[in-house]
Design a binder for this molecule. Structure first.
Ligand SMILES: N[C@@H](CCC(=O)N[C@@H](CS)C(=O)NCC(=O)O)C(=O)O
Length: 240
C-alpha cells in the first residue's frame, strides 16, 4: 500500500491521477498546511523541503518502505514500479523526460508564482511580478500548443507521465487566465481528451474529497495562519 501525503493542489493531483492510471491502491494522508504541519519535524523527516506531495511506498524496493518527494520523481518512481506510462525505448523515454522536466521547471513553478501574485498577494505594487509570470505562462503554454499541434501527446503518440504531470496544472484555464484556450486550440484538444480518461474523472472526484479536508483546515484560520501559509507578512523570510 502507498501513503500519499497532500492537500488539494495540482502537484498532489498529479500523483492522484498517476495512481489511478497505474491502478495502485493508496491511503490519502491529509497535511494541514494552515496549521503549518509541513514544517513539523515528523513531516520534514519525509520531505526535508517541507512540501507536498510525498509518498511512502510500504512495499518499496526489496519489500521495504520507501519515501519519495518531488512530484516528478514520484511519477518516475511509479512508472518504473509498474512499467506503465513510460516507454522502454531509450530515445522515447528521454523524450518523455524532457517534457516532464518542461513541466517541473517551467509550467509548474511559473503557474504557482502567478497564482501567488493573483490570489495571495494581489495588492498594488506587485504588477511587475504578476505580469512577468503571466507572460511566461503564456509563452510556455504557447510552446506546449505548438508541440501538441505536431503530436497527440506531449512526448509523442502515447500518453505518458509528461502528460500526467502537466494536465492538473494546464486544465486550470480560469486560474491561469488562459481565456478558455482561445489562443491555444491544440492545448484545448489535449485537455479535453485527457479529461475523458477514467483516471482523470476519478482525480476530479478525489479532488472534491480532498477539498473537504482543506475546507475544514481553512475554517477558523486566523490572518496569521494565512500569512504563514502564503509566506507573506512577517513570514516573508526563510523558515527552514
Ligand atoms: N517541486 C515540488 C513543489 C511542491 C509544492 O510547492 N507543493 C506545495 C503545494 S502545490 C506545498 O507543499 N506548499 C506548502 C507551502 O508552501 O508551505 C513538487 O513538484 O513536488
Amino acid at each position: 500500500m502507498i501513503d500519499l501525503y497532500g492537500m488539494a493542489s495540482p502537484n498532489v493531483l498529479k500523483v492522484v491521477l498517476m495512481l489511478g492510471e497505474v491502478d495502485l491502491p493508496y491511503h490519502f494522508r491529509h497535511v494541514n498546511m494552515i496549521a503549518g504541519d509541513q514544517y513539523k519535524a515528523e513531516f520534514k523527516a519525509l520531505n526535508p523541503n517541507g512540501r507536498v506531495p510525498v509518498i511512502v511506498d510500504q512495499d518499496g524496493p526489496g519489500g521495504q518502505p520507501f519515501t519519495v518527494f518531488e512530484s516528478g520523481a514520484i511519477l518516475i518512481y511509479l512508472a518504473e514500479k509498474t512499467g506503465k506510462l513510460w516507454p522502454t525505448d531509450l530515445r522515447q523515454r528521454h523524450t518523455v523526460f524532457q517534457w516532464l522536466m518542461f513541466q517541473m521547471g517551467g509550467i509548474g513553478p511559473m503557474s504557482g508564482q502567478f497564482v501567488h501574485f493573483t490570489r495571495a498577494a494581489p495588492q498594488e505594487g506587485n504588477e511587475y511580478a504578476r505580469n512577468r509570470y503571466f507572460t511566461e505562462i503564456h509563452r510556455l503554454i504557447g510552446v506546449l500548443d505548438r508541440r501538441l499541434g505536431e503530436t497527440a501527446y506531449m512526448a509523442g503518440n502515447d500518453y505518458s507521465i509528461a502528460d500526467v504531470a502537466t494536465w492538473p496544472w494546464a486544465r486550470n484555464h480560469e486560474l491561469l487566465k488562459l481565456d478558455n484556450y482561445v489562443e491555444y486550440p491544440n492545448v484545448a484538444r489535449w485537455v479535453a481528451a485527457i479529461g475523458e480518461r477514467p483516471a482523470a474523472k476519478e482525480m476530479i472526484q478525489t479532488e472534491q474529497e480532498i477539498r473537504t479536508h482543506d475546507g475544514k483546515a481553512f475554517q477558523g484560520a486566523t490572518a496569521d495562519d494565512m500569512d504563514r501559509f502564503f509566506a507573506r507578512g512577517k513570514y516573508a523570510r526563510v523558515l527552514a
